[in-house]
Design a protein around this ligand. Sequence first.
Ligand code: FAD
Length: 403
Amino acid sequence: MMNFKLTDEQQSVKEMVRKFVDKEIIPNIQEWDRQGHFEPVILKKLADLQVMGVCIPEEYGGAGMDYNTLAIVCEELERGDTAYRTAVSVHTGLNSMTLLQWGTEQQKQTYLVPQAQGQKIGAFGLTEPNAGSDVAAMNTTAARKGDYYILNGSKTWISLCDVADHFLIFAKTDHDIGHKGITAFIVERSFEGVETKAIKGKLGIRAGNTGEVFLTDVKVPVENRLGEEGEGFKIAMAALDNGRFTVAAGAVGLIEASLEASLNYCHERKTFGKEIGKHQLVQQMIAKMSANLEISRLLVFKAGWLKNQGKRNTQETSLAKWISCNAAFDAANDAVQIHGAYGYSDEYPVERFLRNSKAPVIYEGTREIHTIMQGEYALGYREDKPLRKQLPAWPFEQVSVSK
Ligand SMILES: Cc1cc2nc3c(=O)[nH]c(=O)nc-3n(C[C@H](O)[C@H](O)[C@H](O)COP(=O)(O)OP(=O)(O)OC[C@H]3O[C@@H](n4cnc5c(N)ncnc54)[C@H](O)[C@@H]3O)c2cc1C
């Protein structure tokens, strides 16, 4: 049976996050964006609302809600700004959900519980100066020395780099076997040899924190290895199934924000004696935005529905991410067009939407990588096989979370 209605619980989370965004983010975001200021208090307040661990089981400190509630949170956050949705994508989607899927019981107790409660913040370090889409080209190394690994290298374009307490770092334990030589590690900021530095001059998400992580002879205990040696690539790709899901959901929020702003302006602005909304070419832009809002949201909820059932969803999540991020970019671009010259200034939020909408077309798989993936799925060159560890199905009590 199909049901497109939000549950009462999902509806109340949606309303709660919307109210929060309207009160705490929207009135301040223009100034934060101008100043390039990331406001950590927002994460603390989101933690108080149990948003930072919204879909993490209660036994691990989370709110225990379903995966589509995470999508709803991301949609509402990005209606306000991409920066705080990105923070939840990274902390919850890429880091905490990966610990939930792959972590040992000890790792979950030590790292997942405080992250789900929002007391500690997690980040995700995969990209390097010479390795973005081509993950296997990474140069960061992890050499085993007794009960430790010694990590050396650097990561770049890491969201929350200056804010995070814990990093999931991917490094090569074997340099000669490509992606099969990658291993995942939980690295604490407090470990000696970890340094971070923000990147300045970004096109968008200026209110977000993004930068470099430098690792110099960092001693990481063996018990902080996530999964097995050589399993890092699979773990990274599984993490992206969750990160991309949140990015896609956020894009839905950006389309909605672009549409809302455009509808208001269409009724407000008159040319040639009528509201600009009465001109058919303007209606065409509005129609495309409103169709893409619906299409994107449905694709996201389908991926979330698969997650709730504990099924692999790489194909569906990639499709949702690809379509909705492109649609968000188009929606923001058309929103600026509808606002004419006013859209070109920060008097209206749409120029920020346009600048913010570009990064999600690049991160967590570029537009081109997702196009290739979808082509390969259609042609039968790619298929999703079961993983050694799956994200637990929801409701959580019906499954035994791996210990
Ligand atoms: C704001 C922001 C936040 C980010 N946050 C994080 C984070 O938290 N953690 C993290 O690990 N990374 C993060 N990233 C990095 C991001 O994931 C990478 O930028 C992305 O994977 C692309 O890698 P790249 O920039 O090296 O581009 P490249 O891989 O060098 O690609 C350059 C161009 O070539 C194209 N291309 C590459 N390979 C192919 C191919 N096979 N076929 C066709 N075209 C191809 C790409 O589509 C792109 O257009 C972030 C990036 C941004 C902008």
